[in-house]
Design a protein around this ligand. Structure first.
Ligand SMILES: NC(=O)c1ccc[n+]([C@@H]2O[C@H](COP(=O)([O-])OP(=O)(O)OC[C@H]3O[C@@H](n4cnc5c(N)ncnc54)[C@H](OP(=O)(O)O)[C@@H]3O)[C@@H](O)[C@H]2O)c1
Length: 426
């Protein structure tokens, strides 16, 4: 690679702006780390007249993707625009043109990572994507580098910091005596005001963002290709402030978790859903707009990562780390990426778990009817209490098969007048 490495940056928003800032602030450090200088040739945007948080020479700004991607003098393309298209096609074009690519795009890597990784290998260039999962946490590098000699048995993560912020806000609100039933809506609008959540928050709150990241994490941890549709997904929109009150009473935390694990039969099960975790779990302390990942492996035993999972500088830290890696090692390995091997996955129905159920009924007769099914499953009940929504009772089940439990749950939901909230326990 040349002494002066030329970059094209696709996108100058939050992450693109953060990368431009770090490239400037740390130019001497990058030179010391690689023996190279980095210079930005093109910055692709949609709107040339938009005010930018970071100063960009006007002649570097372009709205022409082909100019940014196919310029023969460019060595590395950084895709920091987001969305599936045109980002995916531009990554493909850059790889075809023999450029190294760095991307922060979990959607592209979860949907088309296999095709793009193979293309990079064929073209003899590198495709790195550390920033696509958990912002600044170097988890993908760790799995492919320092921890690669371990058989990983489990990866549990808080990989979506927007939902983690919302859950923390809900907890704070109910602790302050604010209404539990409106806690979710209030926390979401606060997250939107502060710029943590988009105007359309569905990718975060419905669990899609965490699902994309789980597919990438599980592929690298368990060295098998993980189709996105094999990752079970459930978001946080149905959670109430009452669930956070109960989490505290039960000495647990409530988090949207990404969990992937190797089952005893060799299959891989990957899922995203709200989960109650005990205080002893290392992820209990991961609060607000932070991310965390906790791993188990047969050599290191267990390890956790905790830090900023999003934001301009934190995400730029991961992108610039990839840049340094490419400057040092521009040749891809000669063997096929082991994370693309085919492997069997298992649906969530295969698992055995404990469940928290919060039953709400208008009167004791309806509550009893809801309770009866759960008594048969060996559930333990906390005393019922009267809330604004009606009579409420929480039950905790012993470990049950998810498939069988879902049948019971479906039956409970058909009970007239009562409602049932279910949350899985780690
Ligand atoms: N934000 C985070 O904290 C974070 C963390 C980890 C990973 N990521 C990932 O990083 C990527 C970028 O996120 P972001 O938050 O930086 O997004 P953003 O603030 O919305 O910025 C997107 C940038 O891309 C440009 N762009 C988008 N579509 C374009 C198109 N069709 N043609 C030309 N330019 C286009 C936009 O141009 P204009 O400015 O002219 O509109 C903008 O500069 C996404 O894949 C995201 O998932 C973000």
């Amino acid at each position: 690679m040349r002494k002066v490495v030329r970059l094209s940056i696709l996108g100058a928003g939050t992450v693109g702006g953060g990368v431009l800032t770090l490239l400037r602030e740390n130019a001497d450090l990058l030179n010391a780390q690689t023996g190279k200088r980095f210079t930005v040739r093109h910055v692709l945007v949609r709107d040339l007249s938009k005010p930018r948080a970071v100063a960009i020479e006007p002649k570097r700004l372009t709205t022409d993707p082909q100019r940014a991607v196919c310029d023969p003098t460019v060595d590395i393309v950084l895709e920091l625009m987001g969305g599936l298209e045109p980002a995916r096609s531009l990554i493909r074009d850059a790889l075809q043109a023999g450029k190294h690519v760095i991307t922060a795009n979990k959607l592209v890597m979860a949907v088309s990572g296999d095709e793009l990784i193979r293309l990079a290998q064929q073209r003899g260039v590198r495709l790195l994507y550390e920033a696509s999962v958990a912002g600044s946490l170097p988890i993908l590098n760790a799995l492919q580098g320092a921890l690669a000699g371990n058989r990983i048995s489990r990866v549990v993560g808080i990989v979506n910091s927007t939902t983690n912020f919302i859950l923390r806000e809900m907890e704070r609100a109910v602790e302050a005596g604010e209404p539990a039933e409106t806690a979710y809506a209030a926390a979401l609008s606060k997250a939107q005001e502060l710029g943590y959540a988009e105007a359309d928050p569905s990718s975060d709150v419905e669990g899609y963002d965490a699902q994309y990241k789980t597919a990438i994490l599980a592929r690298l941890a368990f060295l098998q290709y993980v189709p996105l549709e094999s990752v079970y997904r459930e978001g946080i929109t149905h959670l109430s402030g009452r669930d956070l009150i109960w989490a505290k009473r039960l000495n647990m935390g409530l988090k949207l978790l990404s969990i992937s694990e190797r089952l005893p039969d060799g299959r891989l099960c990957a899922r995203v859903h709200p989960t109650l975790i005990p205080r002893e779990c290392p992820l209990y302390v991961v609060r607000g707009a932070f991310s965390g990942v906790w791993l188990q492996g047969n050599g290191f035993q267990e390890m956790s990562f905790h830090g900023f999972g999003a934001g301009a500088r934190a995400t730029a830290s991961a992108v610039v780390g990839d840049l340094i890696e490419i400057a040092r090692h521009p040749k891809p390995p000669k063997y096929e990426d082991p994370s693309l091997r085919p492997g069997e996955t298992a649906p969530i129905e295969t698992l055995c778990m404990r469940y928290y159920l919060r039953l709400v009924a208008p009167d004791e007769t309806v509550l009893r009817a809801l309770r009866e099914e759960l008594i048969l499953l060996g559930a333990e009940f906390h005393p019922s209490e009267t809330t604004e929504q009606g009579l409420e009772q929480v039950a905790l089940t012993p470990p049950l098969n998810e498939g069988a439990f879902q049948t019971t749950f479906a039956r409970l939901r058909t009970q007239k007048h009562g409602t049932v909230q279910v949350i899985r326990i780690l």
